[in-house]
Design a protein. Structure first.
Ligand code: UDP
Ligand code: MG
Length: 324
C-alpha cells in the first residue's frame, strides 16, 4: 500500500456483523478494479455485536484497511467525523454506509467528477426502498429543511458522497459539537454536484436509527442550519398580540353598542391552553439553541479513539499521563 493513497473510503459501523463479509468482498472488488490507490477507513462506533473484532482483524491482515475503534457509541455523524480526520487520501474522500444501501461502485463516477474539478459529489436518492412512514417523514423533513435553512442543502441527498481533500480539511477544522455532515458539506461551498442513484434496502441487519435518533438528526439539521424556529416564535408572539387586540375591540364594541357581555368560558379556557402551549413550545425552541451552546461551550473532544490500526500495526494512542 502506498504511503499516501489517492482515495479514502470512510465507513462508520455500528453492529454490522451481518453485512461485514459482503461489504469487504465488494470493497475488495472495487479496489482491485481501481487503477487509483484506495484506503478504507473502517470506524467502529462502539459496536456490541463483535463488529469491532472483525474490523480489527481485517485491518491487521490487509494494509489497505485502517481500523478506528471508538471508545463507545458516539453516533453516526460523529463516527463519520472521526473517519474524515483519520483518512489519509491526497485526492478524495468518500463516505459510505456499511449496510450497502448505497452502491460502492459509484466511487468511479464520483471520482471522475472530482477529477473534472468538482469539490463535492453527492448521491441523490431517486427512489427510497423503505417503510412508507419513513419515506414520508424523510420527504417532509428534506422539504422543510430546504425551505427554512439559511444555506442550500440539496433535497434527498444523504451522507453518501465524495469530497475533495480541501473540503475535508475544512470540515475537519470545524469545531461543531453537534454535527450534521451534509449541512457542513453544503456550507463549505465550491463546486458541488449531485448524482442520482437508487437507494437499496439494507443488505442485512436492521437500521440503527431508532425514531428518537432520527428525530435528533432532523433537529440537528433544523436548529444548526436555520434560525426559522426563533423567527417563528416572534411571529407567533405578534399574531397572538394582534388576535387579543382584535378580541378586545370586539368585546368593547359589544359592551358599548349592544350592552351585553359575551359569556365565553370555553373560549377562555381554549385560549389559555393555546397560548400556554405556544409559550412552552417557544421555550423548548429556545432550549434547543441554548442546549447547543451548552454542549459547545464545554469544548470536549468530539470522540475518543480506543484503538487504531494503520499499516497492519496497532497504533499507540497517548492521552497523556495523569498528574498523580
Ligand atoms: N451507524 C453508526 N453509529 C450509530 C448508528 C449508525 O456508525 O450510532 C452507522 C451504521 O452502521 C451504518 C450507517 O451509520 O453504516 C447508517 O446507519 P443505518 O443504516 O442504521 O441508518 P439508515 O440507513 O437506516 O438511515
Ligand atoms: Mg442504512
Amino acid at each position: 500500500m502506498d504511503a499516501e493513497p489517492k482515495i479514502s473510503i470512510v465507513i462508520p459501523l455500528f453492529n454490522e456483523i451481518g453485512v461485514f463479509t459482503t461489504l469487504i468482498q465488494q470493497l475488495d472488488v472495487i479496489s482491485t478494479k481501481s487503477t487509483t490507490s484506495i484506503e478504507i477507513v473502517l470506524v467502529d462506533d462502539g459496536s456490541i455485536d463483535g463488529t469491532s473484532l472483525l474490523v480489527i482483524d481485517q485491518a491487521l491482515k490487509d494494509s489497505k484497511y485502517q481500523a478506528v475503534i471508538l471508545s463507545r457509541n458516539f453516533g453516526h455523524q460523529t463516527a463519520i467525523s472521526a473517519g474524515l480526520k483519520c483518512a489519509r487520501a491526497s485526492d478524495a474522500i468518500m463516505i459510505l454506509d456499511a449496510d450497502l444501501q448505497d452502491p460502492p461502485e459509484l466511487l468511479f463516477d464520483f471520482y471522475e467528477k472530482i477529477k473534472n474539478g468538482f469539490d463535492v459529489v453527492y448521491g441523490i436518492r431517486k427512489k427510497r426502498k423503505d417503510m412508507f412512514l419513513k419515506v414520508l417523514s424523510y420527504n417532509l423533513f428534506y422539504r422543510i429543511l430546504k425551505r427554512t435553512s439559511y444555506i442550500s442543502i440539496p433535497i434527498d441527498s444523504g451522507d453518501f458522497c465524495m469530497m475533495s481533500r480541501r473540503v475535508v480539511n475544512i470540515i475537519n477544522i470545524m469545531p461543531e459539537q453537534s454535527r450534521f455532515i451534509r449541512g457542513l458539506r453544503s456550507w463549505v461551498g465550491f463546486k458541488q454536484v449531485g448524482v442520482e442513484y437508487e437507494r437499496r434496502q439494507r443488505y442485512a441487519g436492521k437500521s440503527n436509527y431508532s425514531f428518537s435518533k432520527l428525530l435528533q438528526l432532523a433537529f440537528d439539521g433544523l436548529f444548526n442550519f436555520s434560525y426559522f424556529p426563533v423567527k417563528a416564535m416572534t411571529s407567533l408572539g405578534f399574531i397572538s398580540i394582534l388576535t387579543s387586540l382584535f378580541y378586545f375591540i370586539y368585546v368593547l364594541y359589544i359592551k358599548i353598542f349592544i350592552g351585553d357581555m359575551p359569556s365565553g368560558f370555553t373560549a377562555t379556557i381554549f385560549l389559555i391552553i393555546l397560548f400556554g402551549g405556544i409559550q412552552l413550545i417557544s421555550l423548548g425552541i429556545l432550549g434547543e439553541y441554548i442546549m447547543r451552546i451548552f454542549f459547545q461551550s464545554k469544548e470536549r473532544p468530539l470522540y475518543i479513539i480506543d484503538k487504531m490500526i494503520l499499516n497492519k500495526e496497532i497504533q499507540t494512542i497517548n492521552y497523556g499521563k495523569c498528574s498523580k
